[in-house]
Design a protein around this ligand. Structure first.
Ligand code: AMP
Length: 585
């Protein structure tokens, strides 16, 4: 087995790590960054962009740029582009494919095996969809593990003394809390809780709504219909939010945000930290109940917790940290990098599953015991959810139940499976239903069919059945409308492979344009800095080379760039580089 990578497939950003000499190491992407925006764009010429490049062109191509796809995992959501509908699994696969390519470049080896993390509170459909996304991207997903558990694993490596920790994970789109016991070489999740639809995106949206309302008041213009303007607002809102984590004020300055008959309109709005806090108090308050539930389910009081780990970019918000301090009564730890620790923990688990850890090393000795976040039930008379497996049961786990027929000579039984904590099935998530067929004709109540529900180490539900009368086994597939069929996955995998090579090429071309732009900017800056000490001839030649490159770049946009324009840029870039080196600059 080659190297196993650990992937934190985040709502906003993703991160990949790999073990190097037993130490988890974060992989730098092809753009030179340690995290990759989870953004996918379809450029007008039909190619796909992923990561920084996709994020950077978003305002100019808002309708064809997809953010936060993770929020739709396990649902029927489809994004329609040029008449084709893309599932969240396919979009996520495009992100995973880029991460895989970057990992291959970094390690210099082909990478096929991966451990992917998901929020602890993800249900079966969301986990299954994540696993399918991995398959579409050409990855063999060895294990799906929970994000807070991965963070605890990264933490536990260096802090092996027995303790109880609480992981508070507020990312871009999800909130998770896990209570974990780090024992002697065992990391055991005691309980987990969360909210799958709460994260940094919601904080951004509050700022965006505020800006839209302010602009309506001052300029009488409703920006919500203008997708490009809204994208610019979203980008600025996120920037301002981040600034407010360290500064008390953030300025939103968006020139030419709207155009009317009277001319251009500009936005210039100031947001103070206290205003931001007043806009988002209720969002932060929503994290309190899950923390209390997790502590309650773990049978612990807050005073039993020795350490609180903050994970996810949104825990950088001072008001979030203050809230955690207040709920838990202790100062949260800042030892882990909230953006990277999840991928690092996944890499450790990957190394363990791939047998790549040195025998006897600290990581090789650690045993991980996780739990299922949600109860599993089946529907019984009156729409009641009858529990088979309780939430926070250690996984893998299994439960068997005997089913029989209600009518004489009935040859099949329909069974509906749900996940969730509510009493009535209508309030829980339908995982799917299946039909037990081929039952031998008999009087009502005679057949004895044992159905076994098991939750594997990935937190994914599997079902099997056995006719106890005949010993005949039946294989059962839970069919959920949001999951993709085998054929759909295979087709998507094939398409991803075909597009993959084209996209890599396109990504290379777009990168070239970005690099050329940076070279031009740096050279123009140097020209300005040395305007007094460079001689006339040098300045003339450098200026000329700059103009040539600027012209070549100007003939394209990040979305509209083909081989011809790319080769012109390449030529002009080489010319400028040669000019500079000839001049000894
Ligand atoms: P993650 O999914 O863990 O990468 O978290 C991403 C989220 O964290 C996004 O919503 C970011 O806007 C947010 N984030 C990152 N850095 C900061 C910061 N300094 N202050 C506030 N939010 C941040």
């Amino acid at each position: 087995m080659g190297k196993v990578i650990g992937i934190d497939l985040g709502t906003t950003n993703s991160c990949v790590a790999v073990l190097e000499a037993d130490v988890p190491t974060v992989i730098t992407n092809s753009e030179g960054y340690r995290t990759t925006p989870s953004v996918v764009a379809f450029s007008k010429d039909g190619s796909r962009l992923v990561g920084d490049i996709a994020k950077r062109q978003a305002a100019a191509n808002a309708d064809r740029t997809i953010f936060s796809i993770k929020r739709h995992m396990g649902t029927d959501y489809r994004k329609k582009i040029d008449g084709k509908k893309y599932s969240p699994q396919e979009i996520s696969a495009m992100i995973l494919r880029k991460l895989k390519n970057d990992a291959e470049q970094f390690t210099g080896e082909q990478v096929t095996d991966a451990v992917i993390t998901v929020p602890a509170y993800f249900n079966d459909a969301e986990r299954q969809a994540t696993k399918d996304a991995g398959r579409i991207a050409g990855l063999n997903v060895l294990r799906i593990i929970n994000e807070p558990t991965a963070a605890a694993l990264a933490y536990g490596l260096d802090n092996g003394q027995p303790q109880k920790i609480l992981v508070y994970d507020l990312g871009g789109g999800t909130f998770d809390v896990s209570v974990i016991e780090i024992g002697d070489q065992v990391i055991e999740v005691l309980a987990t809780s969360g909210d799958n639809h709460l994260g940094g995106d919601d904080f951004d949206e509050r700022i965006v709504n505020f800006l839209v309302e302010q602009f309506k008041e001052t300029d009488g213009i409703n920006l919500t219909k203008d997708t490009a303007a809204m994208q610019r607002l979203r980008e600025e809102a996120e920037k301002a939010k981040k600034e407010l984590s360290s500064a008390m004020n953030a300025n939103i300055n968006l020139p030419f945000i709207a155009m009317t008959k009277s001319g251009p309109h500009h936005m210039d709005i100031n947001i103070t930290r206290s205003l931001f806090e007043s806009m988002t108090t209720d969002l932060i308050d929503r994290t309190v109940t899950p923390v209390e539930n997790a502590l309650h389910d773990a049978g612990l009081k807050k005073t039993d917790i020795n350490m609180v780990l903050l994970v996810g970019g949104s825990t950088r918000i001072p008001a979030v940290q203050e809230k955690v301090r207040r709920i838990c009564g202790i100062e949260p730890s800042r030892n882990l990098n909230p953006d990277e620790c999840v991928a690092m923990g996944a890499a450790v688990q990957g190394g363990k599953l791939g047998g790549q850890l040195t025998a006897g090393s600290a990581a090789s000795e650690i045993i991980l015991m996780d739990v299922t976040p949600l109860s599993l039930s089946i529907e019984t008379v009156g729409g009641i959810a009858s529990r088979l497996i309780e939430r926070n049961t250690t996984i893998p786990t299994r439960h068997s139940q005997i089913f029989t027929t209600a009518g004489n000579f009935q040859t099949s039984v329909d069974i509906k499976v749900f996940q969730g904590e509510r009493k009535f099935t209508r309030d829980n998530k339908l995982l799917g239903n299946f039909r037990l067929s081929g039952i031998k004709k008999a009087l009502a109540g005679t057949p004895q069919i044992e159905v076994t529900f098991d939750i594997d180490a990935n937190g994914i539900v599997n079902v099997s059945a056995k006719d106890l009368g005949t010993g005949h086994e039946q294989s059962i597939t839970i069919t959920s409308s949001s999951n993709m069929s085998e054929e759909e996955i295979e087709r998507a995998k094939w398409e991803a492979e075909v597009y993959g090579s084209k996209d890599a090429e396109k990504q290379g071309i777009v990168n070239l344009r970005i690099e050329a732009g940076q070279l031009l900017q740096n050279t123009e800056y140097m020209l300005h800095e040395h305007r007094k000490d460079w001689d006339k001839q040098t300045k003339k030649q450098v200026k000329e080379a700059c103009q040539r490159l600027s012209k070549a770049i100007g003939r394209s946009t990040p979305e509209k760039i083909d081989e011809v324009t790319a080769s012109n840029i390449c030529e002009a870039k080489d010319y400028l580089e040669n000019t500079l080196s000839r001049m000894g600059i």
